[in-house]
Design a protein around this ligand. Structure first.
Ligand code: EAX
Length: 329
């Protein structure tokens, strides 16, 4: 079809030029909006793109996934719940306000390492937690990954728990994280990610905590001087979709959707692994002072007095299952 014909046909169909034009018999196309809070060049963007490409390919473009950035995760989850958008990739930070059971995943030093976290989330334990989304008007599709969270601030090097005392630290809107930083003597200030950079620029808060991939992707080195590799919390991410949208998929498309979600999770995790291998050096190159030798046992010890408060209302049996989980030999 010549350029002129395409232009004329697009105009006739009132389609934006370059849209997927029906070829031959008109082919209905279902639009799916997928939001996430980071730049496209990020571990969430990698997951979203892999999901999009796999689902569009598997359905011969009967579905089109429109990826959008929305750095207010709570707002995006609410939009999925009411159906104004179809899907979101989000950290579990605000998810506990919708699906309380997920708060169990936010306990400091719960996961030994990335393999432990991924193993638990991909096990029966993770599937049971995803099933809890249904009662809340959401579909928890697949666990993805944000990564181990580390502390940054603009005031001083943090080498020991005592150095955290008195710091105004932005946290996600997450009770478990807030209680942990209160136990350390910090002043936790919960806010959406969308408010973080202005708050750091204006000095409303001194610091924040996020995985290396988030710090790198958002150039937080421009507003933070010190990074300490505390690894104090493992931050899962999750692909959440609207139940009505998922319910409308026929069996073949539902299988393609599930496979595409798995492809998205694999690409997201691969990008976290890559970013964590290069991100610390990149942040040093950008001028951050990085403390890598951190006495994690000292931080765990410092949190001990607040453990009952931090874990208040959580599921001790589930926490024990998570702590005792081992890969099948
Ligand atoms: O999910 O709000 C946060 O700090 C999150 O880690 C970030 O939005 C990526």
């Amino acid at each position: 079809m010549t350029f002129t014909r395409r232009l004329a046909l697009a105009a006739a169909l009132a389609l934006p030029f370059g849209a997927t034009l029906p070829t031959g018999a008109a082919q209905a196309q279902t639009q799916i909006t997928l939001q996430h809070p980071l730049p496209l060049n990020s571990h969430y963007g990698a997951g979203a793109t892999a999901f999009k490409e796999a689902f569009e390919r598997a359905t011969n473009n009967r579905f089109r996934v429109n990826i959008q950035r929305n750095d207010n995760e709570r707002e995006a989850i609410e939009s999925v719940q009411i159906g104004t958008i179809e899907c979101v990739i989000t950290s579990t930070g605000p998810v506990g306000n919708f699906v309380p059971e997920t708060r169990n995943l936010d306990v400091p030093f719960l996961f030994r390492d990335t393999a432990h976290a991924r193993g638990v989330l991909d096990s029966q334990i993770g599937q049971e937690l995803l099933a809890r989304f249904n009662a809340r008007g959401l579909v928890g599709v697949v666990w993805m990954e944000n990564g181990f969270r580390h502390l940054t601030n603009s005031r001083r090097e943090v080498n020991a728990p005592a150095d955290v005392r008195g710091l105004k630290v932005r946290t996600m809107e997450n009770q478990v994280h807030m209680r942990a930083f209160t136990t350390l003597g910090a002043l936790p200030t919960p806010m959406a990610f969308s408010e973080l950079v202005p708050a750091l620029q204006q000095g409303t808060v001194d610091g924040q905590e996020n995985p290396i991939p988030v710090i790198v992707a958002n150039n937080l080195n421009q507003v933070q001087r010190f990074l300490t590799l505390t690894g104090h919390v493992y931050s899962p991410a999750v692909l959440i979709c609207n139940p009505a949208m998922v319910g409308r998929l026929n069996a073949a498309d539902r299988a393609a959707f599930t496979e595409a979600a798995r492809a998205g999770a694999a690409a997201n995790r691969a990008r976290v692994t890559a970013d964590e291998q290069t991100g610390v050096e990149e942040l040093r190159r950008r001028g951050m002072t990085v403390t890598t030798q951190v006495d994690n046992a000292a931080f765990q010890q410092a949190l001990q007095p607040g453990a009952s408060q931090i874990e208040s209302g959580l599921d001790q049996a589930l926490l024990r299952r998570i702590r005792e989980w081992r890969p099948a030999s």
